[in-house]
Design a protein around this ligand. Sequence first.
Ligand SMILES: Nc1nc2c(ncn2[C@@H]2O[C@H](COP(=O)(O)OP(=O)(O)OP(=O)(O)O)[C@@H](O)[C@H]2O)c(=O)[nH]1
Ligand SMILES: [Mg+2]
Length: 458
Amino acid sequence: MPDTIAAISTAIGEAGIGIVRMSGKGAIDIGNKVFQGNKYTKLIEADNRKLTYGHIVDEKKQPIDEVLIAYMKKPYTYTREDMVEIYCHGGIIPVRKILEILLSNGARLAEPGEFTKRAFLNGRLDLSQAEAVIDIIKSKTEKSLRVSFDQLEGVLSKEIGEIRNILLSMIAHIEVSIDFPDEDIEEVTFEELGKDATHVIHKIEELLSTADRGKVLREGIDTVILGKPNVGKSSLLNAILREKRAIVTDIPGTTRDIIEEYVNIDGIPLKIIDTAGIRDTEDAVEKIGVDMARDRIDSADLIIAIFDSSRDITDEDYEIISMIEDKKSLILLNKTDLPSKYTIEFLQNLVGDKEIISTSISKGQGIGLVEDRIKDMFYSGKIQSDSSVVVTNIRHKNQLEKSLINIKSAMKDIERQVPLDCIEVDLRDCWENLGEISGDTVGEDILDKIFSEFCIGK
Ligand SMILES: Nc1nc2c(ncn2[C@@H]2O[C@H](COP(=O)(O)OP(=O)(O)OP(=O)(O)O)[C@@H](O)[C@H]2O)c(=O)[nH]1
Ligand SMILES: [Mg+2]
């Protein structure tokens, strides 16, 4: 990667400042060409890593914008390459124009995540730390920021490194025993191998036990509000968001589109989705909305199904009960302020052991309870604020699961006392699968996929 990359690193829009940055061999040369300072004519005359005042000029030496600029010489930079950062006015046009000038002077537009990819390839970060960078940028609550930051600081890398070291020492002992059987070296015993393998299994299982919690923190709980028309779905969305986000009327079929919002419930990000009321309808637009609601059920982590106690149970209600049969769900019996047509016990009989909460959403009753139950369902009340390792990334979880299979298979062979080289195969697989988390043993295709999820300029 000899070329010099450039990108706008701040969000596009109107703002006080915008940052354009470059990384690579030619970064400082290009900086020299486009910069015109009051004190220095060339960027390189200024001090390394210090901000310098001046202007970015075009090919006719016409000033484009007033800027502060800094160059940073490798290796003490984010990418471990020479870097230049330009702080200009944060409007759409100034940042674009400056980027354009950098490109016309020989830089290439950076791909999404390419700065961080270079940081990884040049050994500044391991892969799990690089992934933490995007998680920090995308974090939705302070708690998710916390676990991502810990990951960037290397808590997961350290844990994975420790497990891989145990595996490596097991492999080394086996190799010595195989390669130098006649020499006076103490042979590895099955008992020792068994002890180490048990330790590895325990450590991997411990990491995996955090993965559900981690996924919730990273991605939020995908929650779909479901019910027939007019039961109070949009009212619930508004109540949880504490704002009038969705239209609420007494006309059945008010909501036709999918409405998605994020809300923070005590540090847990909840992605909450209001849907069109489920019913058979001739209205073409409403029909699309109803189909979209059905589609969301599969991918949801949680369904909040609402029933209206002031009206009789209908076929639509029965359909909803069958739709959520196998899903994690919370059931609300709403409008309990009105005279009821059926009891909570009647509904309980229909939904089996799913939990029902009585609510009167328009009167604000039961909302706190709903939020508490969601928290309990996904977090069992134990949110750690210390720096205990949490696996947040599905890729990491998959690798841990693969390595657990490897080490368990090795354990079986150790117990059966099979030849050492057979055991070694599984240990090596385990070591490599864990190595994909830190990026020690990872293919180009996986790297491309990971960094394509980044934003440009990071
Ligand atoms: N009495 C009473 N009315 C409620 C309650 N909750 C909601 N409503 C009313 O019920 C009507 C329908 O509420 P919405 O929130 O629009 O219902 P919805 O399920 O989103 O309806 P669609 O979008 O048509 O599917 C509105 O007039 C609300 O004010 C409640 O607990 N008690
Ligand atoms: Mg609605």
